[in-house]
Design a binder for this molecule. Structure first.
Ligand SMILES: C[S@@+](CC[C@H](N)C(=O)[O-])C[C@H]1O[C@@H](n2cnc3c(N)ncnc32)[C@H](O)[C@@H]1O
Length: 218
């Protein structure tokens, strides 16, 4: 899962989205914890497994967790390195490859005719170019009737980030994300900001704020 880091620039100065994220993943063998995001674990446990789509799946922590619980998972991420790590984790855990499909693609243009029982988007935020509102709108169209859409985002800078960085950052709000998804065919199950205890890169503990949007399509 994310540790709240949204600011590092690509070491080589390449700020194209793919250059930025590949440089970020090249910094270490593993960037995220590999564990499921706790909000997903809480909410998906209540759902009957079906098909799931994880947008911006990163190193696959959430996709692998869903596959282990019987979901048929598709994950999309811009970074081929991140996708390869997710697939390697699935193989290590003995997950049937038919249960988890992870692809490298740019969500600013990626689309599909498939409709999913659960579409998730965790911390799909980027300091470089990313048409987040458009992607949110498209994410809503990927949800099957009766299916769920779960969007979790950093709602504020982490307390350990200096004001010189955080003052220039924009953060999503739950209502803003609902508006970007659009349409009136949704039940609003959760639309709120939630606090979460976390540990920063230097071991500092602090509270992060997550925007949580959980919708069910009529
Ligand atoms: C903060 S990480 C979150 C990863 C994962 N969802 C998690 O919670 O650990 C954001 C992810 O979005 C991906 N990303 C950024 N821009 C993208 C784009 N245009 N298309 C697809 N993925 C993108 C990055 O490669 C990165 O893996």
């Amino acid at each position: 899962m994310s540790n709240g880091d949204t600011t590092n620039a690509g070491a080589d100065g390449d700020l194209s989205p793919s250059g930025f994220w590949e440089a970020r993943y090249a910094e270490s063998d593993r960037i995220w914890s590999g564990r499921v995001n706790p909000v997903l674990a809480d909410l998906a446990d209540e759902l009957t497994p079906g098909t799931a789509l994880d947008l911006g799946c990163g190193e696959g922590g959430d996709a692998v967790w869903l596959a282990q619980r019987g979901w048929q998972v598709t994950g999309i991420d811009l970074s081929g390195t991140a996708v390869a790590r997710g697939l390697a984790a699935a193989t290590r855990l003995g997950i049937d490859p038919r249960q988890i499909r992870l692809h490298s693609a740019d969500l600013s243009t990626w689309t599909t005719e498939e409709r999913f029982d659960l579409v998730t988007m965790f911390f799909l935020q980027s300091p470089v170019e990313f048409p987040r509102e458009e992607v949110l709108h498209r994410a809503g169209t990927f949800v099957a009737p009766g299916g769920h859409l779960l969007i979790v985002a950093h709602a504020a800078a982490p307390p350990w980030m200096g004001a010189e960085h955080s003052n220039h950052m924009d953060f999503p709000t739950p209502e803003g994300d609902v508006a970007a998804v659009g349409g009136d065919g949704w039940d609003r199950l959760i639309v709120e900001v939630r606090p979460r205890e976390a540990v920063g890169p230097q071991g500092q503990s602090g509270e992060l704020l997550d925007s949580v949007v959980f919708l069910r399509r009529h």
